[in-house]
Design a protein around this ligand. Structure first.
Ligand code: HEC
Ligand code: HEC
Ligand code: HEC
Ligand code: HEC
Length: 434
């Protein structure tokens, strides 16, 4: 009996140990995996517009994106303060006469302000097409998929607005869950296809630039349906774009003084940068300067606080350049040079506008020469505007910026001379004063 008692006690201990072991194993296997910042905690819906939901998995990217809302530091030619470009350079009132940009034209701000800013702008009215929401909201990828881009663009801005609640967010640049960078804007997909390119074959480094081309590009609204289109079929450099518009006979508005059919350029950062700039040729991407790797404790991630790299040059430029002071001083020199050259272009274009207006008012004016002068005004101004509407004051591609501005000034002076020929008298220059 003594033996049985011992056996019972031993069996009891073994059972207790076994239960404890099983319990421990179950407890351990139910513990969350160690967090290395890549393991998704929640599944994200495809094209989820709400960035805060993605933020559960990626708090660093989310919290840095949030910062773009309140950034307000100004730099010499850029920064995040919403100053009026018209107050800063009143010549724009003459250059954009008769067009919405002479009503209001502001410096760009951080990504999270996209929706507030587009809704506040005076250029928006009852007839504004939905197309104007194209680069402003993370609701778009879902809407483009559900309704198609043609329908999206056809819908009036005021009606589409009820389906648009979020500013720019994760869904504009990333595929949910895999987090790979993607083309979300159908207009970019189509523009690349027209050139025989498929972004799905691009390298990761290429996508770190191409993802910005979802929005930071020149575009126009084609046809009555205001279909968003990039003018890239002949190439993405300014001369190919100008040729494309000329062949299409496209114009945004007629200049009331010169009578020329005009084109307004929109933020062509991608086109200027990729026109063989030194950085582009060296394989540098937009994200290298605007979204540099940042450290927070043990986490290393791409900052999503996108803004002027001059505000964090140590991180933005320092990854590649040892002498950050030198390269930022080069930025200042380049930008001053481009601004000065741009001033001459603006003066020349305004002189052309006045000469053409005066020529048109002379009774014996030669209509063919006048038409040529108007065409030169258009060509001069779209070139100048390509650099003026681009947001880096030439830094993204200094040589190309100066080349284009020189061409613009030359075309404007030719337009002025053509107006004199059309009028048959140089007195129009005196009456037009420049
Ligand atoms: C080599 C670094 C570098 C690369 C690459 C680069 N940028 Fe920039 N970017 C700058 C600098 C410097 C400025 C000027 C900022 C200023 O004036 O405050 C700038 C200005 C801008 C601005 C205006 C910022 C402001 O403060 O208003 C935008 C928008 C922009 N870049 C977008 C892009 C896009 C899109 C690409 C790729 C197609 C790109 N950048 C590539 C350095 C870079
Ligand atoms: C304007 C485009 C854009 C938006 C908006 C955006 N990202 Fe990114 N994201 C990038 C780029 C560019 C990279 C760099 C990718 C690479 O190097 O392959 C990146 C990288 C990442 C990475 C990879 C790790 C890292 O930090 O490099 C994660 C995760 C990420 N983003 C999460 C998010 C989340 C979450 C949101 C929304 C809160 C978001 N992103 C919004 C462009 C964007
Ligand atoms: C979905 C469209 C979209 C995408 C994609 C996008 N941007 Fe923007 N970006 C905008 C808009 C719109 C603004 C202006 C917002 C405003 O002024 O309210 C802006 C503003 C900026 C600014 C100025 C910020 C400031 O504080 O002055 C920079 C710099 C910039 N973007 C760089 C980039 C870079 C680099 C990429 C690619 C990694 C990129 N953007 C991708 C739409 C986009
Ligand atoms: C990813 C790497 C990389 C980053 C980030 C980068 N650069 Fe560069 N930069 C280069 C390379 C490569 C060249 C060309 C080779 C050379 O001349 O050193 C270059 C050339 C230059 C030059 C021309 C040098 C000259 O001849 O005057 C300037 C200016 C410059 N960078 C400024 C900047 C500024 C300003 C920033 C930050 C906003 C920056 N770079 C960020 C890689 C980079």
């Amino acid at each position: 009996m003594k033996l049985t008692g011992t056996t019972l006690v031993l069996t009891g201990i073994i059972v207790i140990l076994a239960v404890a072991l099983i319990g421990t194993l179950i407890f351990v296997s139910n513990q969350p995996k160690p967090d290395r910042g890549i393991e998704p905690i929640v599944q994200i819906e495809e094209m989820e517009p709400d960035s805060s939901k993605w933020g559960v998995n990626f708090p660093n990217q989310y919290s840095t994106l949030q910062k773009t809302e309140s950034n307000n530091t100004r730099t010499t030619f850029g920064g995040s303060e919403k100053f009026s470009k018209l107050e800063q350079d009143p010549r724009l009132l003459d250059l954009f006469a008769g067009y919405g940009f002479s009503l209001e034209y502001n410096e760009d701000r951080g990504h999270l302000n996209s929706l507030t800013d587009v809704r506040a702008i005076k250029r928006v009215n009852e007839k504004t097409p939905g197309t104007c929401y194209s680069c402003k909201s993370s609701d778009n990828p879902r809407l483009w998929t559900e309704m198609g881009m043609a329908e999206f663009d056809k819908t009036l801005f005021k009606d589409l607005g009820k389906d648009i609640n979020e500013p720019i967010g994760c869904a504009n640049c990333h595929e949910a869950n895999t987090m790979r960078l993607i083309v979300t804007n159908p207009a970019l997909e189509e523009a690349l296809k027209a050139q025989g390119k498929d972004w799905r074959t691009f390298t990761r480094q290429e996508m770190r630039t191409v993802v910005c081309a979802n929005c930071h590009v020149e575009y126009y609204f084609a046809g009555d349906g205001k279909y968003l289109t990039y003018p890239w079929a002949d190439g993405t450099d300014i001369d190919s774009i100008a040729k494309y518009y000329a062949e299409l006979g496209f114009n945004d508005w007629e200049h009331p003084q010169s009578g020329a059919a005009m084109i307004k350029m929109q933020h062509p950062e991608y086109e200027l940068f990729t026109a063989d700039s030194t950085h582009y040729k060296a394989g540098v991407a937009c994200a290298d300067c605007h979204m540099p790797y940042t450290r927070d404790g043990s986490a290393k991630f791409s900052t999503h606080d996108v803004h002027s790299p001059l505000l964090n040059a140590e991180t933005a430029c320092g990854a590649c350049h040892t002498d950050v002071g030198y390269v930022t001083s080069r930025v200042a020199t380049i930008q001053q040079q481009v601004r000065g050259t741009m001033d001459s272009s603006e003066d020349a274009i305004i002189a052309a506008i006045k000469a053409i207006e005066a020529a048109a008012a002379t009774p014996e004016v030669n209509a063919d020469l006048l038409a040529e002068a108007r065409d030169m005004h258009r060509e001069a101004q779209l070139r100048w505007d390509f650099i003026a509407a681009e947001n880096s004051m030439g830094f993204h591609n200094p040589e190309e910026a100066l080349r284009i501005l020189a061409a613009a000034t030359d075309l404007a002076r030719q337009a002025q001379l053509k107006a004199v020929q059309a009028a048959g008298t140089p007195t129009i220059i005196q009456t037009s004063s420049q």
